[in-house]
Design a protein around this ligand. Structure first.
Ligand SMILES: Nc1ncnc2c1ncn2[C@@H]1O[C@H](COP(=O)(O)OP(=O)(O)OP(=O)(O)O)[C@@H](O)[C@H]1O
Length: 252
């Protein structure tokens, strides 16, 4: 029998920050295993707030998040450890993720924390750095790398955990065109479920067959990415703009 448990299921998620600002108003979202979904929306829509709920960094509002059938229960430390193994979050700023004296040690840090040791740890580091094309930089000091290289290493730190879901917050930001394309190729080749927050709409179209628009804490559209980007009225309503001259029907 095929396992139909969604990789990610969010139901009725609401959240207000301690200052009272409500950021999410009942978000429902199901993502099947192996899907790649872009999370689009204007500044302040609640995208990062939503992402921070996926591994229990933010909690305390209403509703529920479930990862491959396991509820994100912040009070249950064992469950949260397992959730953080299943959900790998690549933050917007790679420097939030890199803090060890060498690239290899940064990539080893997560699995070592889970108790992985010896040749298994070594092969995870090699595999993750190979996947992002950074193996030759394994002994370098992370902060001596370029921004684009640090972004790749940040992706490797998450891949080394062998996550089921890869969550990326604006993966293409601050990358030069070649690095942006290379990262797209890397992401396309990965056999994982992807949820990608992005303002880079051509990137969403290239990488994610499906997109969801979040605006003012609510999901307002969920459809094939090409259909959303071609809907000028919908795009304008939610402050989404394609780059000048970009034709979303071109790639379909
Ligand atoms: N720490 C915080 N305390 C209070 N309000 C916050 C905090 N962080 C975010 N917010 C508010 O929550 C709402 C959603 O913010 P969030 O960062 O999730 O949006 P976003 O969609 O990720 O935006 P962007 O595209 O600018 O990154 C905004 O109104 C924001 O001002």
């Amino acid at each position: 029998m095929i396992d139909m448990t969604p990789a990610l299921e969010i139901s009725g998620l609401t959240f207000a920050y301690p200052d009272g600002r409500q950021a999410l108003f009942g978000v429902d979202l199901r993502v099947a295993a192996g899907e790649r979904v872009a999370l689009l929306g204007p500044n302040g829509a609640g995208k990062t707030t939503l992402v921070l709920h996926l591994n229990g960094i933010l909690h305390g509002g209403g509703g529920q998040v479930t990862i491959s059938g396991l509820p994100v229960t912040p009070s249950d430390r064992k469950a949260i450890t397992e959730i953080r193994r299943r959900v790998g979050v690549v933050f917007q700023d790679p420097d939030d993720q890199l803090f060890m004296p060498s690239v290899a040690e940064d990539v080893a840090f997560g699995p070592a924390n889970l108790g992985v040791r010896g040749t298994e740890l070594e092969s995870r580091v090699t595999e993750a750095l190979t996947a992002v094309g950074m193996l030759e930089h394994r002994d370098q000091i992370p902060h001596h790398l370029s921004f684009g290289q640090r972004r790749r290493v940040a992706v490797a730190t998450v891949l080394a955990m062998r996550p089921e879901i890869l969550v990326l917050d604006e993966p293409s930001s601050n990358l030069d065109p070649a690095s942006r394309r290379e990262l797209a190729e890397i992401l396309q080749a990965l056999p994982v479920t992807v949820l990608m927050v992005t303002h880079d709409l051509p990137y969403a179209l290239e990488l994610c067959p499906r997109s969801v628009i979040l605006d003012a804490g609510r999901i307002v559209a969920d459809a094939p990415t090409g259909d959303l980007l071609a809907d000028g009225a919908l795009m304008a309503t939610h402050r989404l703009e394609l780059p000048f001259g970009f034709d979303p029907s071109f790639r379909r």
